[in-house]
Design a protein around this ligand. Structure first.
Ligand code: VG1
Ligand code: CO
Length: 565
């Protein structure tokens, strides 16, 4: 029988448990197969460890809770609420039907000055009983928990012995309203309201609406049956006047309709096929499971995320009211192309290079050093929140288009997504970029390849020739946070050449089993006669060199990547 204590006027059951191996968070929270999370105490152990690591600090405070709508979220909410009450949390704001996009959670925490928030999502990983589940914790300024917190949580998971579960009934999440259990409160809220209010402060909704409702402009937004389905209707259709048919796959489903909710050229193929067909719209966009990623397309034209952040940074001051006094600085993750650096250099902005994962941007933003940032992995965002923000990126692009077309009469030739990219490259040069993902590689094989690369890197002196490319430097990326001095090491192996080309290797930290090898390739060209070239063609030679240096095929047995971006 469980022992019972009392807190906030409710009974708390003390249930004994034992540590479970492998509850260490990766690039963004803890992700595992759903059936593992559904195993006895698996979720509860991690959540209890979170509360144990926060200790007295979280007592009497308020938290946010929601997720991307995937299978098991509704059950998980009830467990988390019981543990929150048992930890002495005073109040939890839960998104209706357990829905809350990641950037919306960040906005909620910041706007309502919450202590933090829990997001139930494995992001772009597929969902369902046989697929993935995940959970992440965001801290007081809305940022993903820094490593000092995730390390502390992990420490507690290795020694946990009891769960403190408040004896409260299941909360009805299908209706907005407040429920009190003793002094503990659960408020079910509209997951869109706070976020929409913030976006209305950031963007000129009047200008956007005028542009979106032009008879000679069309757009498609593909929510991939993931969380932005709950946001696209109220924001794009109701507020901004897009037609209802502009939103595709707009109903969030527990298994994302069987798809892979990852907005890239491979997994968002329905949208890609549309945009390369004779029914293409002027603008196409998609978002991922939890709404923090985005893909931007024109009519038969793809904007790489690395270019997207650079183009947004270059146009932000003119097109987006939030940035009217200019940018404080910009930042990108290490593997992201240096297109953003070119903008920063020309515009006199500071540009920071951080490890992969959004948690590294937060400190820069809190210190007022960075306004706009991005990752090559379809993540773009700004300091209005502390997460990457899919719909923000979509509205940023629509704002640029609206601004550039504001004096062009209906029926005349408009400035297109492609025009904006071509002009950008003519001004700043083009950083050709591609990422190869090798998913589901055996972990040992991937680790052996990394060991091999470390040896090659240590042996490669500046001046070494790889084909026509001359090595400038080879290293393993390590980052010292300029704000708090914390160090993140082993963040990817880099081979940087004298012409600015780069080859980067790293292993994914978001998979739920096996390993994913990521290879990032980049090459700069200032010559505008080459800018319309296909990226794969432009990069063919350096890709060969990368595969040769790493002996990837030999180690992994893979001749071809699973996904090419
Ligand atoms: C990937 C991306 C990284 C991103 C992370 C979380 O990590 O490469 O840029 O921040 O996913 O995004 P990794 O370790 O697998 O390369 V999300 O939308 O899954 O929260
Ligand atoms: Co995501």
């Amino acid at each position: 029988m469980a022992a019972v204590s009392s807190l906030q006027g409710i009974e708390v059951k003390i249930i004994s448990t034992k540590p479970i191996d492998g509850q260490k968070t990766g690039t963004s929270g803890l992700r595992k197969k759903t059936n593992i999370f559904m195993g006895e105490h698996y979720l509860a152990n991690w959540v209890q460890s979170l509360f144990d690591s926060l200790g007295n600090e979280v007592k009497g405070k308020a938290l946010g809770l929601g997720g991307d709508g995937r299978y098991f979220n509704k059950e998980a909410v009830q467990t988390i609420l019981k543990l929150a009450a048992g930890a002495g949390v005073k109040k939890v704001y839960v998104g209706m039907n357990a829905i809350m996009a990641t950037p919306a959670m960040s906005a909620l925490i910041r706007g309502r000055k919450l202590y933090g928030g829990l997001i139930m999502s494995a992001s772009h990983n597929p969902g369902g009983p046989k697929e993935d589940w995940g959970i992440k914790f965001n801290y007081s300024s809305g940022e993903p928990a820094p490593e000092r917190i995730t390390d502390a949580i992990y420490g507690y998971t290795t020694k946990i012995s009891e769960l403190k579960m408040a004896d409260i009934p299941e909360t009805d999440l299908s209706k907005i309203g407040t429920h009190s259990y003793g002094d503990f409160e659960v408020e079910v809220i509209d997951p869109v309201e706070d976020y929409l209010a913030l976006l209305e402060e950031v963007f000129d909704f009047g200008m956007l609406r005028k542009f979106i409702t032009r008879p000679d402009f069309s757009l498609t937004f593909d929510a991939l049956h993931a969380v932005t389905g709950a946001y696209a209707g109220p924001i794009l259709v109701d507020k901004l006047g897009a037609s209802a048919s502009a939103v595709r796959n707009g109903v969030p489903l527990e298994d994302f309709g069987g798809g892979h909710p990852d907005p890239n050229l491979t997994y968002a193929h329905e949208l890609v096929e549309l945009q390369w067909s004779d029914k293409a719209t002027d603008f196409g966009a998609a978002s991922d499971g939890d709404g923090d990623r985005n893909m931007i397309l024109g009519n038969a034209f793809f904007i790489t995320p690395s270019d997207s952040v650079a183009i947004i940074a270059a146009n932000a001051q003119e097109a987006i009211p939030y940035f009217k006094t200019g940018l404080k600085g910009v930042a990108r993750s290490m593997p992201t192309s240096e297109a953003l650096d070119r903008v920063a250099e020309k515009e006199g902005l500071k540009c920071f290079e951080v490890p992969t994962g959004w948690k590294f941007f937060g400190n820069l933003m809190d210190a007022g050093l960075c306004s706009v940032c991005g990752e090559e992995s379809f993540g773009t965002g700004a300091d209005h929140v502390r997460e990457k923000d899919g719909l923000w990126a979509v509205l940023a692009w629509l704002s640029i288009l609206a601004y550039r077309n504001k004096d062009i009469a209906v029926g005349e030739k408009k400035v297109t997504v492609e025009d904006i990219a071509m002009e950008h490259w003519a001004k700043y040069g083009r950083n050709f970029f591609s990422r190869f993902d090798y998913e589901g590689v055996e972990s040992d094989a991937a680790n052996s390849m990394v060991e091999h690369l470390r040896a090659v890197q240590a042996d490669s002196k500046p001046g070494t020739k790889f084909g026509d490319y001359e090595l400038k430097t080879a290293d393993e990326f390590s980052y010292t946070d300029p704000v708090d001095g914390s160090v993140a090491s082993k963040q990817g192996l880099r081979f940087i050449f004298t012409d600015g080309s780069r080859i980067i290797f790293r292993l994914s930290g978001t998979g739920s089993s096996g390993a994913t090898v990521r290879l990032y390739i980049e090459q700069y060209s200032a010559d505008s006669s080459k800018h319309s070239q296909d990226a794969q063609a432009a990069l063919a030679e350096i890709i060969k060199i990368a595969l040769d240096i790493s002996q990837l095929a030999k180690f992994t047995g893979r001749e071809k990547p699973t996904v090419i971006t």
